[in-house]
Design a protein around this ligand. Structure first.
Ligand code: ADP
Length: 389
């Protein structure tokens, strides 16, 4: 099989309006040839609408969609050379797996000779591990096998752009994990420019070269997975990416002799910590900030003279053993805080423990806008990926 065409994809201020509802609001996105981009966000944030506009199944209200240099806004779906895989597989129940894969392959101006179609089917089926199942009807296949047929159907078309709409959502957890790894491998093999939609942040993190976080029809951040986790641009991204979710506490920052200290504000329980030396804090920080710290970045204070001034006092409400770690839920002042501790940490319900935060993993957000004001990560913040040319 030919390697997939590697077409860059470009959305410029793309907007979708359903009556007075703005489902997608002026999104800009450049997808490199062969790149695997995941769009993630909560239900109703505009993910499917975006995908359907790329496929041509929804009109674009405003803005421009390009495949390479070609403006696609008014091109019929059948003329776009996109393949789309849906959550519900969309297989014809009365056709065998093989017929489902090849059905319609010669529509839209394509004309493949029969022997080439056979070769494509055999190759895709072998890659997907469904060679023995091609004569079965969809009703005789498991969910995972059906989704493989649906993927095979997309891949044999050698699409310019492969669009996947929650393709693993109907599979059980174990199969989902397996298919995630397979999808990754398939992408390396076939290499089509891919846009994948999911509400599942784990899927987004494991599959995407880059991840687009969408909220209320607007892009919050586009970055490689690790960067999203390390350097979230706002509270929404910080909370959406990472599991268990990040903790937020109200805080303020004071400056004495060139060093900075975070202090709790009244109702968040008492704590204080020194920030690592930094030149990245602005003098004009707002008075009220939100201190963000991930559960895995909080640790039991080992000694009383810990350099962090005054540790957080967490009153333990519940402990959840996870096997490889222990998740502890408790309160700091009137705030709920989660902390992920060593699996064998001796912590019991009702007890108050002292916690210190990893000084390299602190985030401070503007309490009013939710935008990030400071990350303490000492690794150099990578330069943004430039997609302008
Ligand atoms: P997601 O895929 O992120 O769950 P969608 O793209 O399906 O979100 O929907 C985004 C918003 O647009 C939602 O508020 C949804 O109710 C609305 N919407 C989607 N399709 C239509 C439609 N055909 N008519 C009116 N509103 C729609």
């Amino acid at each position: 099989m030919d390697t997939a065409s590697q077409t860059p994809l470009s959305l410029r201020e793309v907007t979708k309006q359903y009556g007075s509802l703005t489902a997608v609001n002026a999104i800009d996105l450049e997808v490199d040839p062969g790149e695997f981009v995941v769009i993630v966000g909560p239900s109703g944030c505009g993910k499917s609408t975006t995908l359907r506009m790329i496929a041509g199944l929804e009109d674009i209200t405003d803005g421009e969609l390009y495949f390479g240099d070609e403006l696609m806004n008014d091109i019929e779906p059948k003329d776009r050379n996109v393949a789309m895989v849906f959550q519900n597989y969309a297989l014809y129940p009365h056709m065998s797996a093989r017929r489902n894969m090849v059905f319609g392959i010669n529509a839209g101006g394509e004309s493949y000779p029969d022997d080439e179609i056979d070769e494509r089917v055999s190759e895709a089926a072998a890659t997907l591990g469904i060679s023995d199942l091609l004569d079965r009807m969809p009703g005789q296949l498991s969910g995972g096998e059906r989704q493989r047929v649906a993927l095979g159907r997309a891949l044999i078309r050698d699409p310019d752009v492969l669009l996947l709409d929650e393709p693993l959502a109907n599979l059980d957890a174990k199969l989902r994990t397996e298919m995630r790894a397979e999808l990754d491998q398939l992408h390396q093999e076939f290499g089509a420019t891919t846009v994948y939609v999911t509400h599942n942040q784990t899927e987004a993190m494991t599959l995407g070269d880059r991840v687009v976080v969408l909220h209320d029809g607007e892009i919050q951040q586009v970055d490689p997975p690790q960067r999203l986790y390390d350097f979230p641009k706002n509270q929404f991204v910080a909370e959406f990416i990472g599991s268990p979710t990040i903790n937020f506490l109200s805080a303020s920052v004071s400056r004495t002799e060139g060093s900075y200290r975070i202090e709790s504000s009244s109702r968040a329980g008492e704590f204080r910590m020194n920030l690592p030396p930094t030149d990245r804090l602005e003098d004009s920080l707002p008075e009220e900030l939100i201190f963000g710290i991930r559960p895995e970045d909080l640790h039991l204070a080992e000694t009383t003279d810990d350099t962090q001034a005054e540790p957080l006092s967490l009153t333990v409400n519940t402990t959840e053993p996870l096997g490889n770690s222990m998740l502890v839920y408790g309160t700091v002042g009137d705030r709920e805080v989660k902390v992920q501790l060593d699996a064998h940490a001796s912590v019991s319900v009702g007890e108050t423990v002292s916690l210190v935060s990893d000084p390299d993993r602190v985030h401070l957000f503007d309490a009013e806008t939710g935008d990030i004001r400071y990350h303490s990560a000492r690794v150099p913040e990578p330069a943004p990926v430039d997609h302008s040319d």
